[in-house]
Each structure stands twice: as C-alpha cells, then as structure tokens.
Ligand binder design. Sequence first.
Ligand code: ZN
Length: 293
Amino acid sequence: MVGALMLSAASRAEDCGSGVKLTLSAPEAAQGTLLLAQVRSTKPLGEVSGRWNDRDVPFWQEQAKEHSEPRADLRKALLGVDLEKAAGKYAFTVAVKLQGGEGVGCQAMVEVKEGHFATENLTVKKQFVEPNPEQEARAEAEMKRLREIYDHVTPDRLWDGPFRMPLDGEFKGSNFGKRRVLNGHPGSPHGGVDFPAPTGTPVHAAQKGRVVLAEELYFSGNTVLVDHGLGIYTFYCHFSEINAKVGDEVIAGTVLGKVGATGRVTGPHLHWGLEVEHARVNALELLKVLGGN
Ligand SMILES: [Zn+2]
C-alpha cells in the first residue's frame, strides 16, 4: 500500500504549464543525500533557475543527443540535502523563462527523512579535542576560508561525464554522518566518507574541475579541494603528500595526493567530502545520481 503510493509519487511530473514539466528523482530524501531535478520542455527554453534550502540552484543544459526530440530542451540540477537538515516537507521551486519572454513556474515537494547515523566513541590526540587558543584561532580561520570558497558558485559546469571513486581497487567507504564523541566530548557529525587505505595510496580527482585549495589545514591535515562548478565541491584530506596546486585544471583520475594520516585521525585513510550549494552530502551519492562507475 505505502510502496504503491510512493511509486506513483516518484514518477509524477509537476506540470508548470506551456509544455514545461518538472520531475525529481525521488519524492523523498534522507539527510546527506542528493536529488536530481529535471525540467523538460517541448520548446527551447531561456533561463531556468531553482530555489532550494534558501539558495539559488543552477541548472545545466543536456546536449540534444541525450533526449529524442531535437527541438526539445532538457535541464538538470542537483539538490543537496544537508546531513543535519531537519526532517520535514520542503518545496523546491523553479522559474522558467520561455524563449519569447513568457515565464512559468512550479514547485515540487520533497520529504526529508532522518538519516539514522551511528554514534561512535573515538580517541584522538588531545590537541584536536581541546586545542589551545592559537590552534583554535587557526582552525576557525580555516573554517571561515572554506565557507567563503563554498559561497562562490562557479556558473559553468566544469565536470563532464560520470564521477569516479577517488581510490583504485576494492576500498570500502564508511562513517558518513556518524555522530562522534571525541575523547568523551560530543563532536560535530562526520561530513565525509572514510576509506581506510595504506599510506601512499594515490588519490584521484573524482571528475573534471579546478583545484581551489591545496595545503595543510589544522583538522583535515594535507587537503585538496576541487571546484566542479555549479556550487559542487569535492574535498580530499589527511594526505601524506599533496600532488596538486591551486589553479590546476584536473580531469577524472588526476592524482591529487597520497593517502596519509595527517590532521585529526586515528590511522591512515582518505576522507572524501562533498558540498552541493553548502549542503554536506555523502560523496558516494554523486556516483549514484550521476551514473558513476
Ligand atoms: Zn573522515
């Protein structure tokens, strides 16, 4: 009964009028996941914009080969559900300009569900739980810098094709969203996926983009941050060494650095993070939603 209701909701397209339809990949999403929004039109479109989570959501245009009618228009956007977004119903609104100036709009409702994350007790070096004032000031300045980077939405889509795993071989990612207790103190939830791997294992860029940060940070150690455009950033850290520099144009597979144990860690691993319009999302969702390998 419930399953049948959900199925019909998932396949429902919102009719925006004038031959424009909006669909979401699912009518509900757990904390820390991604949704794919699609706007289809029987006629070519002008500007398409979305609003989600109090932020503008940029759309990209798919090439004509990906849909059948040559004069039709298909736009896509990613909606990130932050790992701490409160459960409840939220509207995703879309404004579409038709060629010729007419505007239409519509909205789709998204039900955000609790993510059911585990809680874990960890023991780390004291300096990472009770940093001295100097260390605390440094960590705060770095957080501010990262927020400023994430505030910038590069208007072009820099990636092209499916996203890939950052490690070659059989490495299992886990720990996303875990609520952590560090040396007995409740910490912030874990915003990335951890891949335990031997020190020195090469770490690859998940897709095309531009390196916007490549340096040692207090908590994340040796860190590389890649801007993929449209507000999408992937974050790789705890490297033993960094093999990229700010401004590098990378492609899927470019080596960014080597697995290590720098920063706040309990052992060598890759921490892989994803931000989509400031929402902290499980990076493995990129492979799921955009058809990775
Ligand atoms: Zn981690």
